[in-house]
Design a protein around this ligand. Structure first.
Ligand code: GLU
Length: 315
């Protein structure tokens, strides 16, 4: 065996690029989800990479019956072609349990008895994503007579920093801004942060391209990767579409479902939102023509940057 055959290509080289789109079936796809799908798909395909779809249906109370099937049908109607079977998080409980057990064995997890009200009353600082930074009340043990409701991962007193391909250097101090965070919730469900980290690793994802609304979650996922001994993927957080009132498009702000009978026009609008110079007349062209244009003309560097998003709680 010669030396060069022992060298495997580095993650992130075009040959090993693997991206993904990971919708939650809490409703139909809307224009905001289309941007994440288009951005991740074209980044993967333009580098000769694979692109996977994962259905993030772990948060069962938020799932809407039929939404997962509708999302997949919409992706197909828009002409997306994914590699391999869809991974369903609802079938992955054992993998999340195994990760939780390995973190517990490493002494990184503890049971927490706190209710939301107790956390708020203990002068928790507001956390960056609207919740409360957990002040560590159960960190040194449960209060007498109280049982654990949720299970938390310890964070430490250091900055987590990474370089986002679009947003540049991002850093967050987890202990100050987030606190020890929940892996297994009081309702018995695994938290998004754990599921997404375990699945991105399991699927061999090299590149995560998603909306900047998830930027504040990334340091927690990187911390989990480090605790679990996983490689860190590359990240690109895309600008997020908002409505006329300046609110992020989402199910909560009643963003309309994507119209599959206007797929070409919606796709052209998504390309333009992502800074691509799609000619206006393409909106009336057959869908295959829009994709052909997009594959031939995709320029990652044209994606607009965001105004800086604070990842630290004020004060
Ligand atoms: N399932 C998440 C959502 O729909 C996205 C997760 C991710 O891309 O990491 O918001």
């Amino acid at each position: 065996m010669n030396a060069s055959s022992q060298v495997s290509p580095a993650i992130g080289t075009p040959k090993n690029y693997r991206g993904r789109f990971a919708p939650s079936p809490t409703g139909p796809l809307h224009f905001g989800s289309l941007i994440a799908a288009v951005g991740s798909y074209l980044d993967a395909r333009s580098q000769g990479g694979e692109w996977l779809v994962r259905m993030e249906n772990i948060d069962t109370p938020r799932n809407v019956p039929g939404a997962a099937e509708q999302i997949l049908a919409t992706l197909e109607a828009f002409g997306f072609e994914w590699d391999g079977p869809v991974l369903w998080q609802s079938r992955r409980r054992e993998a999340y349990q195994a990760a939780l057990e390995s973190l517990t064995a490493a002494g990184l997890v503890y049971g927490c008895a706190c209710s939301r009200k107790e956390i708020a009353d203990s002068a928790g600082r507001p956390a960056i994503d609207g919740g409360l930074a957990y002040p560590g009340l159960c960190r040194t043990g449960l209060p007498p007579g109280r049982a654990a409701r949720a299970w938390r991962l310890r964070v430490d007193d250091r900055e987590i920093a990474f370089t986002d391909r679009l947003q540049g250097r991002i850093s967050q101090h987890l202990e100050r801004d987030v606190g020890d965070f929940v892996l297994l919730r009081a309702d018995g469900l695994f938290a998004y942060q754990l599921a997404v980290t375990v699945d991105d690793h399991f699927q061999g994802i090299s590149d995560i391209v998603r909306g900047a609304d998830l930027l504040a979650s990334t340091p927690r996922q990187i911390w989990l990767q480090r605790c679990l001994g996983f490689a860190e993927p590359r990240y690109a957080h895309l600008p997020v579409a908002s409505n006329a009132a300046g609110e992020k498009l989402s199910k909560q702000t009643l963003a309309p479902a994507l119209a599959t009978d206007r797929a070409a026009a919606e796709l052209v609008a998504a390309l333009c939102f992502l800074g691509q110079a799609a000619p206006a007349e393409l909106a009336g062209a057959p869908l295959a023509e829009v994709w052909a244009w997009a594959f031939a003309n995709w320029v990652f560097a044209a994606i607009p940057r965001l105004p800086a998003i604070p990842l630290s709680a004020p004060g």
